[in-house]
Design a protein around this ligand. Structure first.
Ligand SMILES: [Zn+2]
Length: 254
């Protein structure tokens, strides 16, 4: 995760308490994990940065543990751009550290890494190009795959390029593409007309799944340390709500 450039510097973001009080979220149509991932389908999670797979859908991944689904995680970048200009966190150190953090996080979610394939594409952090990524994804995505990515208007260039590439490839090969907000929880507010509420569905998480997600996020220590961590306290509190929100494909709502 690196912070989106268009966020107002120092802005604290929408507090979790505001999201918690929002009747709109309480009333969102529910979806079950079996609907997000029908039996027999392969789940493919496409994460622009190491940790986006946890922040966007870690609760879903933790909920699937019992089913031991076949899956593929695609890490688009190595996340080397999360601390621009830092002497402590150089790009090379971030590349190495964040790979280890990801592995720890996936284990903490309870993923069966024997059944999950993990492809790292090493595209440049904050420089993901939709066309380049789509070309790489075409070799990896199969018809019938259930593809989850960040949202195409999430506010970070890599999150958006990743979603657009996934949408293109899914449409071309008959996969289903579902998007999940990450940074939108920071900059949006309940009722925000910039979010596609009509295709939003809420996956309720049990306590065990939230706890696994919490522990998995804590594995990404490079993003949490310091007086101004990349992942701020407010955003984390919001991301640890007992539910996750997914945007279904337009016209494809079950
Ligand atoms: Zn990210």
């Amino acid at each position: 995760m690196s912070q989106p450039e268009n966020l107002i510097a120092g802005a604290a973001g929408t507090p979790a308490s505001v999201w918690r009080a929002a009747t709109q979220l309480q009333r969102l149509p529910r979806i079950r994990s079996e609907e997000l991932l029908p039996p027999g389908c392969r789940l493919v999670v496409v994460a622009p940065h190491p940790d986006d797979e946890v922040l966007a859908c870690g609760g879903l991944l933790a909920s699937l543990v019992e089913g031991a689904h076949e899956g593929l995680l695609i890490s688009v970048t190595d996340g080397e751009g999360s601390h621009p200009g830092s002497l402590r966190w150089t790009p090379q150190r971030l590349r190495n550290t964040r790979e280890v953090e990801s592995l720890t996080a996936l284990t903490r979610l309870g993923l069966d890494l024997q059944r999950w394939d993990w492809q790292r594409l090493h595209l440049p952090d904050s420089g993901v190009k939709t066309l380049d990524l789509a070309e790489r994804l075409r070799a990896l995505i199969r018809p019938g795959d259930q593809l989850i990515s960040t949202w195409r208007q999430d506010g970070h260039c890599d999150h958006e390029a990743t979603a657009l590439a996934c949408a293109q490839v899914a449409a071309g090969c008959g996969a289903r593409h579902i998007e999940a907000p990450v940074w939108a929880w920071h900059w949006a507010v309940p009722g925000d007309l910039r979010l596609p509420w009509a295709r939003a569905r809420r996956l309720d998480l049990d306590e065990a799944a939230v706890q696994r997600k919490r522990e998995a996020i804590q594995a990404h220590a490079s993003q949490l340390e310091g007086p101004e961590p990349v992942l701020g306290e407010r955003l984390l509190e919001t991301l640890l709500q007992p539910f996750e929100m997914f945007f279904l494909p337009a016209g494809g709502a079950p």
